[in-house]
Ligand binder design. Structure first.
Ligand code: HPA
Length: 273
């Protein structure tokens, strides 16, 4: 048995033992956004350290729990904290949970992150719905193709589901929440961008940038999952502001401020999915 199946079977057993419904939607909660996990009703909380083959998350603002329960009355599985490439994990380790989710029968993946504004019109606290991405990280599909999951050369048109983006727009309108559509640029980190790099990202069509999400999204699309991505804008790019520098604690604080709006949006969406 491969490690994906072994881990999926462990999680499936824990869900069955708790007499819970098996979710078909999973959420990955990024920096400072783990709060949504606390709103999950009747939660079964499984620390990553209990899960076979799972790594532990070392990043600030990441708790390291897998939570199964209901949100908006619908079964859901949430990762409270993700694995980043900058922590030293391989791309296979970073994306391992997504393949476990696919094995478990998850059909929809919602990914969230904290991101820096590249678009000069964005303000700290804005929510950006990811419409597309530009990837400067190593591609997690490099290596022998895992045919059981998907094809050698997966298509990346409509990577971020137009159906779920339209659903987000209608849920946001109902809730009176403003959303910005935009392109997410992914770099490895852990250093923040130089002013020249922020300018470069803007020139090539980026709206926000960060150090996560794209590896999980590529692997999710390879496995045929439907994907929705959302970024909380936690800082402006340093080429557009005077004198202030990027600070990781401030990024987590700003993400925390926007968490309530993001959570309300995701809850409404999950009700409708
Ligand atoms: N750059 C990269 N990653 C980030 C940023 C940023 O400005 N803000 C939050 N995550």
């Amino acid at each position: 048995m491969n490690s994906y199946t072994e881990t999926a079977q462990y999680i499936a057993r824990r869900i069955a033992d708790a007499a819970m419904a098996t979710p078909t939607t999973a959420v990955i909660l990024g920096s400072g956004l783990g709060k949504l996990g606390d709103l999950i009703a009747n939660p079964l909380v499984i620390p990553y350290s209990d899960i076979p083959h799972f790594k532990t998350s070392t990043a600030v603002g990441h708790k390291g729990n897998l939570i199964v329960g209901t949100l908006g009355g619908k079964p859901i599985l949430a990762m409270q904290g993700r694995f980043h490439y900058y922590e030293g994990y391989t791309m296979q380790e970073v994306t391992f949970p997504v393949r476990v989710f696919a094995t478990l029968g998850i059909r929809t993946l919602i990914v969230s992150n904290a991101a820096g504004a590249v678009n000069p019109d964005y303000r700290v606290g804005d929510l950006m719905v990811i419409t597309d991405h530009i990837n400067f990280m190593p591609n997690p599909l490099v290596g022998p193709n895992l045919d059981d999951f998907g094809p050698r050369f997966p298509d990346m048109t409509d990577t971020y589901s137009p159906r779920l983006r339209a659903l987000a727009d209608s849920c946001a309108a109902n809730l009176g929440i403003a959303l910005q559509p935009g392109v997410y640029v992914a770099g490895t980190g852990p250093s923040y961008e130089t002013p020249a790099e922020y300018r470069f990202y803007r020139t090539i069509g980026g709206d926000a940038c960060g150090m996560s999400t794209v590896p999980e999204v590529i692997v999710a699309r390879h496995s045929g999952l439907e994907v929705f991505g959302i970024s909380v804008i936690t800082n402006q790019s340093n080429d557009l502001k005077d004198g202030t520098v990027n600070d990781a604690d401030d990024v987590v604080r700003q993400a925390d401020n926007a968490a309530a709006r993001m959570t309300a949006l995701i809850e409404q969406m999950i009700k409708a999915i």
